[in-house]
Each structure stands twice: as structure tokens, then as C-alpha cells.
Design a protein around this ligand. Structure first.
Ligand code: ATP
Ligand code: MG
Length: 425
């Protein structure tokens, strides 16, 4: 009896990026890279896995570290983690390589969190982000936020909102944490049971709860902005006036503390008004002035953001922006002889920098013509027995309404195609 082979599916919370959507994805990541480079940021690529200690700096009380991290022992018994985010790893790289500052880098790639999958929330997802390490200047905060703004504008998003807050310096943060903790403790009974432990041990985390009962209590909580030191206030004012000078609209949101422990001073989020609450944050970031030091480096300030690429495209879908780019195939070669002309012509066209494709397996004329149409190519080149014997090629423009055909000497074909496609020869 023959045994049926097992079939497999993508693991829960992951997906295949298939041709079609992949063209749009490619275009998006290329555009994101170009924008970062226009702002003076260079590409960095760090390993997909790191020593788990790199990421524990994000905060043991955070969901990212406490519940969502993919941890494993490698075959040498080292405790490793699949990266759940970019910033800590890039600070690790900063400490390891000690580059000149300000160090302005951008990244893009897969990240991993063991979350409950839903629309716009995956276990393997992709982030694009930037980090500027080594400067305290509030103008670099403005630059980083302006970069994110440019990305969203460039993707055609108009229904986004920038929320801005300051967490102040570490003293501000700990004074605030204390009074927030006291406030929440007094109202513990009213808080959603699922958030009570968090409210006791990590009061700041309660602020980004998505549960209604908790949010109702939180709406009456003291605000961090009332605790800012003079220095923190000055920094924040300069950021706000910088954004105004660059005509970037924003709203102050004193409850925006973000889900990771390392933030100080500026924090911000871009939310899409076109998406549901549970996945409306397209991009989030802020300052992390203590993180490099926590990773064993010298005291060094830093700021950055991370943007979810799936979320970005989801927001684009919701707003009907950033459509798939047009097909890349320019010429389809149809050969109804033995296929040698298709082989040789596609090769000459490709060598001349023209995207060319063909059918295989000696398909019928009809079938090859259908493939040509489906490919979106602008031009079909047709070789039959007659063309072969006369050393010509029949050229048909596929995007014109009337299908007029012309016969071109085979030796002129590459030049002729270049002319039609508007490429200079
Ligand atoms: P959320 O509140 O939506 O869980 P977060 O605060 O955990 O987001 P960050 O750690 O700041 O998110 O990550 C930056 C961006 O990465 C988010 O704004 C979002 O666009 C995207 N992102 C985060 N987690 C996921 C995920 N599981 N699936 C898809 N995108 C994600
Ligand atoms: Mg999250």
C-alpha cells in the first residue's frame, strides 16, 4: 500500500510572500531605503538571533520579553532568542563596533513575537526602522520623526495621526511611576483583572492596555507631563517647535508611554485612522538614552523608530494608496518553431538590459499569445516558420488597440525594441 505523504502549511502567524504581492513589497522596501538614505542614514543588518541577554534589556515586565519572545538553547547550550525588535540589537552593534557618532543607521527585515495572530499581527512580521545614536540634540528627534512622516506621505497615506509625548529623564520617569503606581493601587478593583498584576508591578505598562475597564481608570490617572524636569521640558519644547517649523502636524498624548522599558524623553507613534484600534499603530519610536549603557557601552543617547511593513501596507489598502507596481516584463517572445529563436532572442534582449520572457514546452501559438497578454508585456515578438526562413521577426504592440504588426529584420530587433520602449540606443 502506498503511504500518503504529509502536507505542511506555514506555521501559525506566518505567511508566504507570493509573486504579485512581492512586487509591491519590493517596491515598498526600496522606497523606504531611498528615503532613509536621503536623510543620511545607512543600511545596517544584524543577525536574526542574538544572545537572549541583548533583548532582556527591553524590560522583563514587557509583553515582548515576558510573553512573546522565541527563546531557545542552541546546540552549544547558549541561550538565544529570535529578535523581537531592532533597537537593542543595534545598540549591541554600536557597543561592539564603536562607530563615530552620530551613528545614523536604518534596517529592514523579519522580527518574531509569539502573539495571538490577527489582522496586521503576525508571529513573523517585518519592520523597517532607523536609529540615530550618539546625539542629545532635540533636532535629531525632529529629523527622525520627519523621516517617518516622509515614509507615510510617500506611501500616499493621508489619514494618519502623529501622537507625541515625553517620558522625561530617568528621574522624571521614576517619580511619575511612583505616583502612577499609587493611583492605580487605589483603584485596583476597577481595573480589568487581566491587567491588575501589571498595574501593581509595572504601572507604566497599564497605560498601554487595550482593555476598556483599565482604560477608564487610566483616563483619570496623573499625567507624566506634570512631572517633567526643566531640562526635559526644554528638550520637548524644541522638538514640538521643530515639528511645527517643518509643517508636520501632531497631537500631544501624555499617556503615550510605548510598550518597551527603555524609553526616555521623546516618544511618538503614527496611527492610521483607517485601521481598527487593535492594529492601528503603523510606526512607533522614541529616545532611549540609557540603553547603550545598559548593554555595556559608554553613556550614549539614542533615538529611533520602527515601522511595521505589513501594517504600512494594510493602511495603504485601507486608503487605496500604493498599488502594486506595473509588471516588469517588457517583451514576450513567441516561437512556434523549435524554441531556438525564443532562446536566442530573449538572451539578446536581456543582454541589452530589456526584461524579456517566453513560453516553454512548445506550446501552441494561441497558448503563447495568451501568456504574452497575461505577462503585461508591451511587445510580443513572433517567430514562425516563415519568419525563420526570411530572417525576420514579427513585432506586435500589445498595449495598442489595433493590433498592427510589423516585420523587422532579425538583426535590427534589439534596436527596434529599444526605440519602441523609449530607451535611448
Ligand atoms: P502594538 O501595540 O500594535 O502591539 P508595539 O508597541 O508592540 O505595537 P513596537 O514594538 O513599537 O510595537 O513595534 C513597532 C511596529 O511594528 C508597530 O508599530 C507595528 O506596526 C509593528 N508590529 C509590532 N508587532 C507586530 C506584529 N506582531 N505583527 C505585525 N506588526 C507588528
Ligand atoms: Mg505589541
Amino acid at each position: 500500500m502506498s503511504k500518503k505523504a504529509n502536507t505542511f502549511q506555514t506555521p501559525i502567524g506566518t505567511k508566504d510572500l507570493l509573486p504579485g504581492e512581492s512586487a509591491r513589497w519590493n517596491e515598498a522596501t526600496r522606497q523606504l531605503g531611498r528615503i532613509a538614505e536621503r536623510f543620511g542614514f545607512s543600511l545596517i543588518d544584524t543577525p536574526i538571533f542574538e544572545d537572549v541577554g541583548v533583548f532582556s534589556r527591553i524590560g522583563e515586565g514587557t509583553d515582548v520579553v515576558g510573553k512573546e519572545m522565541y527563546e531557545f538553547l542552541d546546540r552549544g547550550d547558549r541561550a538565544m532568542a529570535l529578535r523581537p525588535e531592532g533597537t537593542a540589537a543595534i545598540c549591541r552593534a554600536f557597543v561592539q563596533h564603536r562607530p563615530l557618532t552620530p551613528w545614523k543607521v536604518y534596517y529592514t527585515g523579519p522580527y518574531f513575537r509569539y502573539e495571538a495572530p490577527q489582522a496586521g499581527r503576525f508571529r513573523q512580521f517585518h519592520q523597517y526602522g532607523v536609529e540615530a545614536i550618539g546625539s542629545d540634540d532635540p533636532d535629531i528627534d525632529v529629523e527622525v520623526i520627519a523621516l517617518a512622516w516622509n515614509v507615510l506621505q510617500g506611501a500616499g497615506l493621508r489619514e494618519t495621526q502623529l501622537l507625541l509625548n515625553s517620558m522625561g529623564d530617568p528621574e522624571t520617569k521614576s517619580r511619575y511611576q511612583e505616583s502612577l503606581g499609587e493611583f492605580l493601587l487605589n483603584r485596583l478593583e476597577e481595573i480589568d483583572p487581566a491587567d491588575r498584576e501589571k498595574a501593581k508591578t509595572h504601572p507604566l505598562r497599564a497605560l498601554d492596555s487595550k482593555r476598556e475597564a483599565t482604560l477608564a481608570v487610566v483616563s483619570e490617572a496623573p499625567l507624566i507631563t506634570e512631572y517633567l524636569s526643566t531640562d526635559a521640558e526644554r528638550h520637548f519644547d524644541r522638538v514640538a517647535s521643530g515639528l511645527k517649523a517643518l509643517n508636520i502636524p501632531f497631537a500631544l498624548e501624555p499617556k503615550l508611554v510605548r510598550g518597551l522599558d527603555y524609553y526616555t524623553h521623546t516618544t511618538f507613534e503614527f496611527q492610521s485612522l483607517a485601521l481598527e484600534n487593535a492594529q492601528n499603530t503603523v510606526c512607533g519610536g522614541g529616545r532611549y538614552n540609557g540603553l547603550v549603557e545598559q548593554l555595556g557601552g559608554p553613556a550614549t543617547p539614542g533615538i529611533g523608530f520602527a515601522l511595521g511593513i505589513e501594517r504600512l501596507l494594510l493602511a495603504c489598502d485601507a486608503e487605496g494608496s500604493f498599488p502594486s507596481p506595473p509588471t516588469t516584463t517588457e517583451v514576450w517572445v513567441i516561437d512556434v518553431t523549435d524554441g531556438s529563436s525564443a532562446r536566442d532572442l530573449t538572451n539578446s534582449l536581456r543582454e541589452a538590459g530589456i526584461a524579456a520572457d517566453r513560453s516553454f514546452d512548445q506550446r501552441s501559438m494561441r497558448s503563447q499569445m495568451r501568456s504574452a497578454d497575461r505577462s503585461g508585456a508591451a511587445i510580443a515578438l513572433i517567430v514562425g516558420e516563415q519568419e525563420l526562413s526570411e530572417s525576420v521577426v514579427t513585432l506586435r504592440k500589445l498595449r495598442d488597440d489595433e493590433a498592427d504588426q510589423i516585420s523587422i529584420p532579425r538583426s535590427d530587433i534589439v534596436n527596434e525594441v529599444r526605440l519602441i520602449l523609449g530607451l535611448e540606443s
